[in-house]
Design a protein around this ligand. Structure first.
Ligand code: 5GP
Ligand code: ZN
Length: 114
């Protein structure tokens, strides 16, 4: 088994608060939420970060965006607004090297981000 934390979460080896699962995706609540809704959406396939994406991942990335929309509706943040964020690499603050899409909402967010 891979030593990757998010692979372990997707496989159920490490527990999480799951909010959605499909054949290819897993979504769960962030352990240290930065907003009233803070969900992480990941592909079950291990992909290190944005730069590691290949053309074969195009469908999966589209599915992630559509799942983000579904979850935003379920969380009641579709009308108020939400962010979908990928932190890529050191300067962006990427801490877990299995690509993940943060779905954030439920409060007013500033721009530029910190
Ligand atoms: P990054 O900084 O890599 O974009 O985001 C990693 C995110 O994973 C952080 O928001 C962090 O709180 C979250 N995280 C780290 N470890 C765990 C964990 O074991 N369980 C859950 N649910 N979230 C985690
Ligand atoms: Zn992984």
């Amino acid at each position: 088994m891979s030593d990757c934390l998010f692979c372990k979460i997707a496989n159920g080896v490490v527990p999480s608060q799951k909010v959605a699962e499909t054949d290819t995706l897993f979504a769960f609540r962030d352990i240290n939420p930065q907003a009233p809704t803070h969900i992480l959406i990941i592909p079950k396939k291990h992909i290190e970060n944005n730069l590691s994406l290949t053309p074969e991942d195009k469908l999966t990335i589209g599915e992630i965006m559509l799942l983000a929309n579904d979850l935003a509706v379920k969380e009641g943040i579709d009308k108020s607004g939400f962010r979908v964020v990928v932190n890529n690499g050191a300067d962006a603050g990427q801490a877990v090297f299995h690509i993940h899409f943060h779905l954030l909402g439920g409060r007013i967010m500033l721009w530029p981000p910190g």
